[in-house]
Design a protein around this ligand. Structure first.
Ligand code: SF4
Length: 324
């Protein structure tokens, strides 16, 4: 951590494109307190791409998608990790950092995908499809990961499936991710019926309307969107892949079919790109605020723990993914 904390003016410079000046004073006190608390507690903040810009650009130390956060969580040199994201991400950080204190600012920050499946469901799938390996999206509880052969993210799902060198896999729990991957491989994919409540709301008709309203617009979609949406898009990829696409192609105008804060966070880096924003909010991601990050550090809450009966097997499934 640097010796000198950045000034409020320097921090505002980072986000002036997406936070109006009238809103900025609301954030200053919490940001200042969080920066000091991080230093006092030797803490780092990991923030997902769907976090709001005042968190993502002003207090986070490590940012990215689920895969990047999982990778970087392994290299964190700190006593405390605050996960600005949802509960399964905090569990993954804890799995990879068993000796560190991992905090999540709001215990109710869940995920419709993680809630769509239990460990017992996975055991029943294994009985039904004996011998077929289980690939589990990281958007699941540690208990579900523990029943799996290997995890995946939206960024590496295809590579993970291919790495198994089998004709058939079970891919849990996101039906749309599974179907979008199935279009790119000859491996037969058995899906579960889980959906992301943010991405399932996009429709192919939305894209057609956008193209009419904004001729020439580039449309990027997250693979948790329904296959018909992905088929209409110019590019489909994880949040990290979408961000890379904008950096590489510099489209004059772009729409990201994903959670709302993603566009704000990428727009900060690319003032020359016009972002059209028909997006959907994730109510779980939005439970994380500067105020509860501050409370988490002040009061050491909420400490993430994982059932010791599942820890080793869940960590194995995550670590195996990281080496694909
Ligand atoms: S955006 Fe979707 S997948 Fe991500 S945390 Fe929210 S509900 Fe879960």
């Amino acid at each position: 951590m640097s010796a000198v904390l950045p000034s409020s003016a320097a921090l505002y410079d980072r986000v002036r494109r997406v936070i109006p000046p009238i809103e900025w004073p609301v954030f200053v006190d919490d940001i200042d307190a969080i920066l000091k608390l991080k230093r006092q507690r030797n803490a780092v903040i990991l923030a997902h791409n769907y976090q709001t810009p005042e968190i993502f650009h002003c207090v986070a130390d490590i940012v990215g998608d689920s895969l990047a956060l999982a990778h970087k969580a392994m290299t964190v040199d700190a006593d405390v990790i605050v996960l600005a994201g949802v509960h399964f991400m905090a569990e993954t950080a804890k799995l990879l950092n068993p000796d560190k204190t991992v905090l999540i600012p709001d215990l109710a920050a869940g995920c419709s995908l993680a809630d769509s499946i239990t460990a017992q469901d996975v055991r029943l799938m294994r009985q039904r499809y004996a011998g077929v390996p289980v690939v589990t999206y990281v958007n699941t509880s540690a208990a579900v990961k523990a029943e799996s052969d290997i995890c995946c993210t939206s960024g590496n799902a295809l590579a993970v499936v291919k790495s198994l060198r089998v004709p058939r896999v079970i891919m849990l729990p996101d039906e749309y991710l599974a179907k979008n991957i199935a279009r790119q491989t000859k491996v037969e994919i058995i899906a579960w019926k889980g959906h992301c409540e943010v991405h399932e709301r996009f429709e192919a008709a939305d894209i057609r309307e956008l193209r009419e309203a904004h001729p020439g617009i580039s449309v990027l979609a997250h693979p948790e969107c329904p296959p018909a949406v992905v088929a209409e898009a110019d590019f489909a990829g994880s949040t990290a892949a979408m961000s890379d696409y904008v950096a590489r192609h510099r489209p004059a105008r772009v729409v990201l079919m994903t959670e709302c804060s993603m566009s704000d966070n990428v727009a900060v880096e690319h003032p020359d790109v016009d972002f059209v924003r028909p997006c959907n909010l994730c109510p779980h991601m939005k439970r994380i605020t500067l105020a509860n990050i501050r409370s988490a550090l002040e009061e050491n809450r909420h400490v993430v723990t994982i059932d010791p009966h599942v820890t080793e097997r869940a960590r194995w499934a995550v670590e195996r993914m990281l080496f694909v």
